[in-house]
Design a protein around this ligand. Sequence first.
Ligand SMILES: NC(=O)c1ccc[n+]([C@@H]2O[C@H](COP(=O)([O-])OP(=O)(O)OC[C@H]3O[C@@H](n4cnc5c(N)ncnc54)[C@H](O)[C@@H]3O)[C@@H](O)[C@H]2O)c1
Length: 339
Amino acid sequence: MSTPKRKTRFGILGCGLIASVHADAISHIENATLVGVADNKYEFAESFAQKRGVKAFNDYFDMLSCPEIDVICICTPSCFHAQNAIDALNHSKHVVLEKPMALSTKDADLIIETCKKTGKLLTVISQLRFSEDILRVKNLISDGALGKITLCELNMRYYRSPEYYSSSPWRGKLAFDGGGALMNQGIHGVDLFEYMIGDIKNVNGVIKTLVHDIEVEDSAVAIVEFCSGALGTIMASSCAYPGFNRKITINGSDGYVILSENKIEKLVIKDTVREEYDLKNLSMANDPATLKYLDHKRQIENLISAIYGEEELLIDASEGRKAVKIIEEIYKTSNEFNK
Ligand SMILES: NC(=O)c1ccc[n+]([C@@H]2O[C@H](COP(=O)([O-])OP(=O)(O)OC[C@H]3O[C@@H](n4cnc5c(N)ncnc54)[C@H](O)[C@@H]3O)[C@@H](O)[C@H]2O)c1
């Protein structure tokens, strides 16, 4: 009989909106438990800890040094991710790191090096990769069911209100958020685009701030060439009132698929498959607070299994770097375009 696994013990750093999703996910995993939380505003940690019946750490380094914690979930504003992850790894903790893993590939590389040096596992949150329909589409493409992939479109016309930007001091600020419609909201779609279709060879884009009073882009477009030869476009907005489901359309020589958020809306394969679903507007298009924990739970379960050597870690730091690299390239080419 195999020895039962002891519970994997978690700490959460940053007690805002996404921290609740992490805490909900952990509480729904049988072999996991939340031990404590920390925030640079101790009162936030205290009130979060009280609701969840866990410890509030006054100092984040006390949480990192706590021997009763195995994994740190990093839920701080994006600009702190790289340093927080490196600190946690250097304190011998495994890490669940919110997206974007870092604001540059240079910082992403420092995280990758620290993972190698410490031998600890780090997963970068891209929870939608764990959605059933995303996995189904990825498999259809890799099995050749859609034929040769030709044209692909990522169309994210989201809306974020002025209150969204004013509700946290870091949102929309270049130094803290690192970018806008792409680096913050769009990174999920960019990650899925490459994950399902394959590696991207070239990207060229233009970004603008058209509506919001923010330092980062609220509008972006890009042209993409995949290594397979397929061509694509990316469109991302955080000012497309009232906000629409993110659509990904993938056309091949034998069929096509349209995804609405993480659900298949239409799938057609020559002579064999014809599926169509009537999907409502899903609320992520205009309200990030409606995010549910299920896909985070699946990703955290994968990390736990990887810690025990039972599964391969599906989204490690090198995987998380890919979307940062594409977005960085769009920003770079946009600067050149605007010269
Ligand atoms: N995976 C997803 O779908 C998803 C959704 C929303 C947000 N996010 C990501 O999660 C991160 C946090 O976003 P949020 O919406 O929860 O933000 P938030 O502003 O609601 O919460 C951030 C928390 O971190 C705390 N904090 C700030 N600086 C800190 C520091 N230096 N050390 C410790 N704590 C600090 C703040 O006091 C606040 O409580 C962002 O990087 C964002 O991109 C991911």
